[in-house]
Design a protein around this ligand. Structure first.
Ligand code: 2PG
Ligand code: MG
Length: 422
């Protein structure tokens, strides 16, 4: 049955930081004029954005994006929502720029996600199944942000942006999600033991933001992962997102660890990360180096075994950059953020390219989020074995709880995603 775009509207809504973002609603009609599909989607936004991401909003911000929706609608009117690729190409054409700065990558990604949701609803199937068909049965391991600092918290918090727990031993998604919340609680009490003045402060993603340096935070965090692993009887491994581009000072040619009062050149940065991987058996390290340093990424990746080296700002969900990384052996994992590239088709292409080359795709939220749950479906539908979407907080649990529902709906067919190692 055909489902034709017959309505598109946009509004300004709040994100989790209280900043404005865009939400769109799309309606699809049958040929006879009956409503057969509906999709609503909102775009997130980053604080530690990569330099090579698409531009989120046009010059006038969200208000301008909302104003432009009628012009966009006029050009999409009559398109069939099942033709995701064609509609995404049309969105790019309407914008007309490479980095989508005219109408904004957040505008295009919200529309693109709403199109996918309307297509799923018109086919009377959940989005994950619409995308991945009957093969979409793998639940992602949740990468839970437990403790952090950097661009997501105040200045006395650690320089490292995210300390991330990965419950690799969990048999079910629901157990994995609750394991992360246990680590989160445990870390709070460990911080309180160490710092009697801790007020319970959190960063943008609900991770604790204590007055601790990197190594003290790493000690507490990895100990908490071990304690909760013992308690639950399955393994929870530690990971980090260094978000190194936020730390890099191009003039000095060094990584600036403000909280620690240390500067590290590239060689020292690689040593620092290698040491952390070895001494704490890290399972996952994201953006250990700045966003354009493919070669140093490769140097680090060559030296590690059984640790995912994931590129976020390095790849920005962009197939050209991922291809370059693959050629140079820069990493072994790709962070996937739909709004870095602006469309569902661009997101699918990035996941496929990663998978074809043995790079583990990690679906991801942004630090500024809404309660939109689309990425939960994308993770299952596109077969990403890991999702980074926080641990607590309404905008984070929106995705986690959706995955719990998906796991329940899949019943006997549900399984955990395929990790390259554990
Ligand atoms: C990251 C993200 C999400 P931001 O660096 O991976 O955790 O942060 O959305 O601020 O880029
Ligand atoms: Mg990151």
């Amino acid at each position: 049955m055909r489902a034709i775009i017959s309505g598109l509207s946009a509004r300004k809504i709040l994100d989790s930081r209280g900043n404005p973002t865009i939400e769109v609603e799309l309606i699809a009609n049958s040929k006879a004029g009956e409503i057969v599909g509906h999709g609503k989607a909102a775009a997130p936004s980053g604080a530690s954005t990569g330099r090579h991401e698409v531009v989120a909003f046009p010059k006038g911000g969200v208000d301008e994006a909302v104003k432009e929706i009628d012009e966009i609608f006029a050009k999409l009117l009559g398109a069939d929502v099942s033709e995701q690729g064609r509609i995404d190409a049309l969105l790019r054409k309407i914008d007309g720029t490479r980095d989508l700065h005219r109408i904004g990558g957040n505008t295009t990604v919200a529309i693109s996600m709403a199109v996918a949701k309307a297509a799923a609803s018109s086919a009377k199937t959940p989005l994950y199944r619409h995308l991945g068909k009957d093969g979409a049965t793998g639940l992602p391991y949740p990468l839970g942000n437990i403790l952090g600092g950097g661009a997501h918290a105040g200045k006395m918090a650690p320089d490292i942006q995210e300390f991330l727990a990965v419950p690799v031993g969990a048999r079910r998604f629901v157990d994995a999600a609750f394991a992360n919340t246990k680590v989160h609680k445990r870390v709070r009490s460990m911080i309180e033991e160490k710092d009697k003045t801790f007020t319970g402060g959190k960063g943008d993603e609900g991770a604790w933001a204590p007055n601790l340096d990197n190594l003290a935070a790493l000690e507490i965090f990895t100990q908490a992962c071990e304690d909760v692993s013992d308690e639950l009887g399955f393994q929870i491994r530690p990971g980090l997102d260094l978000a190194s581009s936020s730390m890099y000072d191009a003039k000095k040619g060094k990584y600036v660890y403000k909280r620690e009062g240390k500067l590290r050149d590239t060689g020292e940065q690689i040593e620092f990360v290698l040491d952390a991987i070895k001494s704490h058996k890290l399972f996952y390290v994201e953006d250990p180096l700045r966003e354009d340093d493919f070669r140093s990424f490769a140097e680090l990746t060559k030296k590690v075994r059984n640790c995912l080296i994931c590129g976020d700002d390095l790849f920005v969900t962009n197939v050209d950059r991922i291809r370059k990384g693959i050629k140079l052996h820069a990493a072994n994992s790709v962070l996937i953020k739909p709004n870095q590239i602006g469309t569902i088709s661009g997101t699918i292409a990035a996941v496929e390219l990663a998978k074809q080359n043995g790079y583990t795709p990690v679906m991801s939220h942004r630090s500024g989020e809404t309660t939109d749950e689309t990425i939960a479906h994308l993770a299952v539908g596109l077969g990403c074995p890991i999702i980074k979407t926080g641990t607590v907080g309404g905008e984070r649990i929106a995705k986690l709880n959706e995955l719990i529902r998906i796991e329940e709906e899949l019943g006997d067919r549900a399984r955990m995603g395929n990790l390259p190692f554990k």
